[in-house]
Design a protein around this ligand. Structure first.
Ligand code: GLA
Length: 380
């Protein structure tokens, strides 16, 4: 049975009636533009066809009764009396309710069943998808207009200030506003977006190294601080404002480490804009080269790759029909992405698995992904 039908059935069993709405918000994979969002730069993620689903019915009061099938846990909450507790999925529910209220929305509650098929902690943004699905549920119960950029900012605030994870705006933006068949080029300063069709001669394959690293948060925060320091020394608001020509020469005032961090961000912004142009021209070869340069820059200058990520990228690059590959997401573990010739994905997946397992002893998970729509609401 599909996940969609399972949650409808679970809703019926638990609440003794049929749900009125179905909500669905996707995970994401970033094609290019890594560690650029918190530097006011450019990113180009696509929403993937793996989702958090909610079957729900609005209530007339301010109570939310939400059952997570993945965690086998019920959360009961009065929106007007939200208090933080120990971390867990229900903090996302409280966080988005809190953040929507702080943004001035008055909310009605709902009853719902939640389930998803985005691997958790793999770097495919299952938490942003959960946030956007919850916000879509509130938009249905409280009649809120769905403006992806507005909702993304509110979701990011929930994650930053309630859940306590410092993240940029990319994951929420793409889960809120993705478009089927397209990646979204996002200007993370203005939040302007441009749809960039995935070239018809490219398939997108996600390669999960099956490694998860602790300390990702502290390393992430450290990289953010280093970027802020670099921007300060360059005398600009954010590294986005440093022109590409600057990568040609290290200023005396920047030590080697800070310089390499800055060089990654400045060059990655340029690669991301160039990638969008190449996609429009259906230049898969050129796009693949940019992906691999991005990986080298993340590995050597930004230093957020890992032995496993490097290995899976190398394995991908060796295969016939692969245009390019790179680590994707925050790094240190999680997933890489490859683009291949359509029709070759399955052979590619088998060969990369073998090669990676031989090198590392880990069995990867490989997903062939299609670009899908952002958070959606369906009436039943
Ligand atoms: C994580 C964050 C994003 C972004 C990426 C790195 O996924 O949540 O905001 O910073 O890392 O590109």
């Amino acid at each position: 049975m599909t996940l969609r039908n399972q949650i409808i059935e679970k809703f019926h069993t638990r609440f003794k009636r049929m749900p009125r709405f179905l909500v669905r918000a996707p995970g994401r994979v970033n094609l290019i533009g890594e560690h650029t969002d918190y530097n006011d730069g450019f990113v180009m993620p696509m929403a993937i066809d793996r989702y958090v689903w909610i079957a729900m019915t609005p209530r007339l009061d301010t109570m939310v009764q939400a059952y997570s099938a993945d965690f086998d846990q019920m959360a009961i909450l009065d929106i007007e009396a939200i208090e933080p507790k120990e971390p867990g999925w229900a903090e996302y529910l409280k966080g988005v309710a809190w953040s929507l209220r702080v943004a001035g929305y008055s909310l009605c509650g709902w009853d719902g069943i939640i389930a998803g098929d985005i691997p958790i902690n793999a770097g495919l943004s299952s938490s942003a998808a959960l946030e956007m699905a919850l916000m879509r549920a509130f938009s249905a119960s409280s009649d809120l207009e769905w403006e992806p950029d507005v909702m993304a900012r509110i979701g990011q605030r929930a994650e930053n200030e309630w859940v306590g994870v410092r993240c940029g705006i990319m994951d929420q933006m793409i889960s809120a506003g993705g478009k089927a068949g397209c990646a979204l080029l996002i200007d993370c300063r203005s939040l302007e977006t441009r749809r960039v069709p995935i070239p018809s001669n490219c398939s997108v394959v996600v390669l999960d190294t099956a490694t998860r690293r602790g300390l990702v948060d502290s390393a992430y925060n450290e990289r953010r601080a280093q970027c802020e320091k670099a921007a300060h020394i360059f005398g600009v608001r954010a590294l986005r404002d440093v022109p590409l020509e600057a990568v040609a020469m290290q200023p005396d005032s920047l030590d080697d480490l800070i310089w390499r961090r800055a060089r990654h961000v400045i060059s990655e912004n340029a690669r991301t804009l160039a990638a969008a142009d190449l996609m429009v021209k259906q230049d898969a070869g050129g796009l693949g080269k940019l992906l691999y340069s991005s990986h080298i820059s993340l590995r050597d200058d930004f230093e957020v790759s890992s032995y496993e990520l490097d290995s899976i990228v190398d394995c991908a690059m060796e295969q016939e029909g692969c245009y390019g590959a790179r680590m994707t997401g925050a790094g240190f573990g999680g997933c890489a992405i490859a683009i291949t010739k359509p029709g070759m994905e399955s052979v590619f997946a088998v060969r990369v698995s073998e090669c990676y397992e031989n090198k590392t002893g880990n069995e990867p998970a490989i997903y062939i992904c299609n670009a899908s729509d952002g958070a959606s609401l369906f009436m039943l």
